[in-house]
Write a protein that binds this ligand. Structure first.
Ligand SMILES: [Zn+2]
Length: 200
């Protein structure tokens, strides 16, 4: 390993590594780097959208990309302030960014009840979760075929899952809780965009 001596200590690792503690081996699972949203630029985002017309993609406003903490995003999501029912989410599938245009239902859920986002599964007051529909990619979408699902209204699941639960005896380590939530979110976002892209 002498050849590695000058390597800087890596903050992340792309594989699981075992750590021997006495007779026990504790496995630490590091999230593969490629599973986290890599930085996206404007042209990545515009070319990623699979279910909108060219004109809609040109008119799409972008969020402030320089403020994004990319290592803490399972997907990048934002609402359109000029067209309040519009929203967008973009995430990486291998080396390809895949983006979905969403449309929020105009009616809102009954106030006072609690609702759950289908992507991050965080229970919240109903006003903070919205029914969004996504046109399917390709001809099916042009024919009006859509998929609906409840998602955090601000499309910021990655922020809400990182609110740490209080540490308490007998409870799992809060950072492990966040890692588990992140993994679940990533899997569900992938399955949602796969559905949108699936030929009907
Ligand atoms: Zn959510």
């Amino acid at each position: 390993m002498a050849g590695w001596a000058n390597q800087p200590a890596a903050g992340g690792c792309d594989r699981a590594e075992g750590e021997a503690i006495g007779a026990r081996v504790r496995w630490k699972h590091h999230r593969p780097v490629e599973e986290i949203v890599k930085p996206l630029n404007e042209s990545d985002i515009r070319s990623s959208i699979v279910n909108a017309s060219r004109g809609e993609i040109e008119r799409m406003p972008l969020p402030g990309l320089h403020e994004v903490l990319w290592g803490e995003r399972e997907y990048l999501g934002w609402r359109d302030h000029q067209a309040p029912l519009r929203g967008y989410l973009v995430h990486w599938i291998d080396d390809r960014p895949v983006g979905i245009m969403l449309r929020a239902a105009s009616g809102s859920m009954r106030p006072g009840i609690s609702a759950m986002c289908s992507l991050c599964r965080t229970p919240q007051p109903s006003g903070q979760v919205t029914l969004f529909s996504a046109a399917r990619a390709g001809q099916a979408g042009r024919d009006g075929n859509t998929i609906g699902t409840y998602i955090c209204a601000d499309l910021a699941c990655s922020l809400i899952i990182r609110i740490l639960p209080p540490a308490s005896p007998g409870q799992p380590d809060p950072t492990e809780v966040v890692a588990r939530r992140a993994e679940g979110l990533l899997n569900r976002v992938r399955s949602f965009t796969a559905d949108v892209m699936k030929p009907a």
